[in-house]
Design a protein around this ligand. Structure first.
Ligand code: SF4
Length: 357
């Protein structure tokens, strides 16, 4: 049965987790305690089975521990016009060398605060300096698709505002996230305890983003309002449709709808690229549909860019209405309207209802 008959859309976004090896020792992520064996990690040739998409994210662990990363990038650029690597920035020389080879590559360096806070949270001295120096060198080389991102936990939300200002001054992209629990991070106790402070700082970030002249910043403000909603413990403002137009491939070749799964709720793969003869065999399989059905009633309320961005585009009328209203408020120096709305787009009432489990 083809895609159309089966009513299954072709994927547009994929994320490749190249390794669980990582030199960092982050407090909010335990991947580094569960490294993959190098010999068991998927190889560049294994990725040739993947479909053509609009966007690929390469992540880890730390992708730059892979000595064959250029081969992986080579295959992925044959699948997508845009390939972005998420990295700790630790291996500066390798990042610069790869960017010389692929000037269209995107690089996002995770920075968790100003120097002291970053190095404390990431468990490696000198990480902030390395990350910043690498970004500056990439900029001097003329690499355009660069920026940094922060994962907000309990004690770094104030630094988020300083990093945002730094990103503006450097004319670089700035992404936000809040820490989550999942099998992927091997963390089950990530919980924001100083919610009032963190929410206040996110509200200030949203206010600053509306002062910008870029619609992209205003939609990031919508995403950040979704993060406040997540931190408050509410249902996702827009449904999770993980596995409908996006997927993750883990270092062993398993295809998952997202990286937010937890075994205590559910965790199932759609299939394994090492065992399939073509990607449709996985994407259009009964098992993939079973996984999508589980997503439809998933009790979690993750709000991560990989699964928020596709639904923000699909149900654009809601973010757009919110953005227009608040841009007007911002221009007229009126308070922003940041109440959290749950948009009913026909999602299952079971989705996001942890109380049912
Ligand atoms: S809410 Fe979505 S992203 Fe989170 S675990 Fe469930 S399916 Fe995955």
């Amino acid at each position: 049965m083809n895609n159309k008959q089966n009513n299954i859309l072709a994927p547009t976004d994929m994320c490749i987790i190249t390794t669980y090896r990582c030199p960092m020792r982050c407090k909010m992520c335990n991947i580094w305690q569960h490294p993959t064996e190098k010999s068991k990690e998927i190889k560049a040739k294994d990725l040739e089975i993947l479909p053509n998409v609009k966007f690929v994210n390469i992540t880890g662990g730390e992708p730059f521990v892979r000595e064959d990363l250029n081969e992986i990038v080579d295959v992925l650029f044959s699948k997508s016009p845009r390939v972005v690597i998420s990295t700790s920035g630790w291996f500066s020389d390798r990042i610069i060398a790869l960017a010389k080879q692929y000037p269209k590559i995107g690089i996002r360096i995770s920075i968790e605060g100003l120097s002291m806070k970053n190095d404390e949270l990431r468990g490696q001295q000198g990480g902030f300096d390395k990350g910043l120096k690498t970004l500056l060198e990439l900029r001097d080389m003329g690499i355009k698709d660069i920026g940094f991102g922060i994962t907000v936990s309990n004690n770094n939300s104030e630094d988020m505002l300083s990093l945002y200002r730094l990103s503006k001054n450097l004319n670089m992209e700035f992404a936000t996230a809040a820490f989550h629990n999942s099998y992927y991070f091997h963390k089950y106790d990530n919980c924001i305890t100083n919610k009032d402070k963190v929410i206040k700082d996110f509200e200030e970030l949203i206010r600053l983003q509306f002062k910008e002249h870029s619609p992209k910043a205003w939609f990031r403000a919508f995403f950040n309002n979704g993060l406040i909603n997540y931190i408050e413990g509410n249902r996702r403002i827009l449904p999770c449709e993980a596995g409908l137009v996006n997927f993750f491939v883990d270092p062993y070749g398993e295809v998952y709808p997202c990286n937010g799964l937890e075994e205590r709720y559910w965790k199932e793969s759609m299939g394994n690229i090492l065992q399939a003869s073509n990607f449709s065999e996985i994407w259009e399989s009964e098992q993939a549909n079973k996984v999508r059905e589980k997503v439809r009633t998933c009790p979690k309320n993750c709000w991560m860019v990989g699964t928020a961005s596709p639904v923000m585009k699909k149900y654009i009328q809601y973010p757009l209405g919110w953005v227009l209203k608040n841009k007007m408020n911002s221009l007229l120096n009126r308070p922003l309207c940041l109440e959290k709305k749950w948009y009913d787009v026909g999602q299952s009432p079971e989705q996001g209802n942890l109380k049912q489990r």
